[in-house]
Design a protein around this ligand. Structure first.
Ligand code: HCA
Ligand code: CU
Length: 412
């Protein structure tokens, strides 16, 4: 029996069947109600090279709202221009909640009040290194100040998240007491950041559990990506009971940023089966918008939205992709606003070479495609060129490889 005739009932399994089995947890880690807060206009603007105009901020906010994020964060404390942006966003009547970000200080809270917002976020550091070297206050002073700010916000009828900055490097006993007090004083949500990106996923889980032990307030997580663990840590945090993840478009933020909108929303959908009405197909456009507003390019290697995410190179991959893209793609490019490409060059092999010949209007035979494949290899220039792959070209390519496979079998 040759390979093409092999029939087996296991072939009917969905491509993700066994990976889903491996990913399934021993304990219940279902995350039915997870929300997404986008901080591109706050954390994202803290990224080197990013400084949006008011028009750009409004455009980004429109698109994020249409994409379907639950909240959009911006800091009116930064400048008049940011304050005006926040006001314009409020006027636009978005479905997303607008969150005004600032320090746990009456002065910052007043700025938020002047913008007529319902929800604010205030933050205060809780790690000794921040208290000593950044704020020059004792643990007691920090707590006192924070509770005062919370009471101030409450007395003005605001709803707010209290973020314990640098929580992952704080003394857990102090952290518990701190959260318990700000939460008793009326915090509506608690923000738990891994400010310098030092957590392992299991550390993030412990941190979230510690917070849950002392408050019933819902929990936001904000994971920095200094070791590339932002996505894993954000997901671990929701497994432990956090219910909102902070993201930015393409993960931009202070230093190397936080978890990315595309990765978080797609991982929630593909790996946790979270059903949200996000417009995932906007992800590519959102990514290129930020790149153009910051005069940069989307890095090719960015998961899902980068150019390389759907560029196939090795001949074996190319041959498989044109038979069925699921062989090497976890989700079709169109679903995330990306497109498929192929690279021709020394790795093309006979299948890639045959495909190239067909594309150029030549009729490939096993011999001629083998010859071209050898030629491409002997050129020793690596990648020769790349091109987009249309549905039409893919359909034709399938017939090319099938013909080649059939001829090869007949000649065996
Ligand atoms: C900052 C610190 C912060 C706050 C996070 C939050 C962090 O730059 O203001 O308010 O949720 O990473 O700790 O971004
Ligand atoms: Cu941050």
């Amino acid at each position: 029996m040759n390979r093409l005739e092999t029939s087996n009932e296991h072939y009917t399994r969905d491509a993700a069947y066994y990976s889903n089995l491996l990913n399934s947890a021993e304990v219940d880690t279902a995350v039915p109600n997870v929300s997404v807060l986008d901080s591109t206009l706050r954390e994202g603007e803290q990224s080197v090279g990013i400084s949006f105009s008011k028009r750009q901020r409004l455009q980004i906010a429109w698109m994020l709202d249409y994409f379907g994020v639950d909240s959009i964060e911006i800091s009116p404390v930064i400048s008049d221009s940011h304050r005006e942006s926040l006001k314009e966003m409020k006027k636009a009547g978005f479905s997303a909640q607008i969150i005004s970000h600032g320090r746990a200080l009456p002065a910052d809270i007043d700025i938020a009040r002047s913008c007529d917002v319902d929800w604010i976020a205030m933050y205060h550091s809780v790690s000794d290194i921040h208290l000593r070297n950044k704020l020059h206050v004792s643990r007691e002073e920090a707590l006192e100040r924070s509770v005062e700010a919370v009471e101030y916000a409450k007395s003005h009828g605001l709803k707010f998240r209290f973020t314990v900055e640098d929580a992952s490097r704080a003394d857990p006993d102090y952290l518990s007491r701190f959260i318990s007090e700000v939460s008793n004083a009326g915090a509506d949500r608690i923000g738990v950041p891994d400010t310098v990106g030092m957590m392992l996923p299991r550390g993030m889980k412990k941190l979230v559990r510690l917070v849950k032990d002392v408050t019933d307030a819902p929990i936001d997580v904000h994971c920095h990506n200094d070791l590339g663990l932002a996505l894993a840590n954000s997901l671990a945090a929701v497994e432990a009971g956090a219910d909102q993840i902070h993201v930015t478009i393409d993960g931009y933020g202070e230093r190397v940023g936080i978890a990315s909108l595309a990765e978080v929303t797609m991982a929630l959908r593909l790996l946790y089966g979270v059903k949200r009405q996000f417009r995932y197909e906007m992800l590519g456009e959102l990514s290129s918008l930020i790149a153009s507003y910051s005069n940069s390019q989307v890095p090719g290697s960015k998961p899902l939205v980068g150019k390389n995410a759907y560029t196939h190179k090795a001949g074996t991959h190319l041959a498989a992709i044109i038979q069925n893209p699921e062989t090497y793609e976890l989700i079709p490019p169109k679903a995330v606003g990306n497109s498929r490409r192929v690279v021709f060059g020394e790795l093309s092999g006979k299948n890639g070479a045959a495909f190239l010949m067909k594309t150029l209007g030549l009729e490939p035979t096993p011999e001629s495609s083998q010859q071209l494949a050898r030629g491409l290899k002997n050129l020793r220039v690596g990648d020769l060129f790349e091109m987009g792959l249309t549905d039409q070209m893919e359909a034709e390519a399938v017939s090319v490889t099938e013909n080649i496979a059939a001829t090869a079998q007949n000649t065996q």
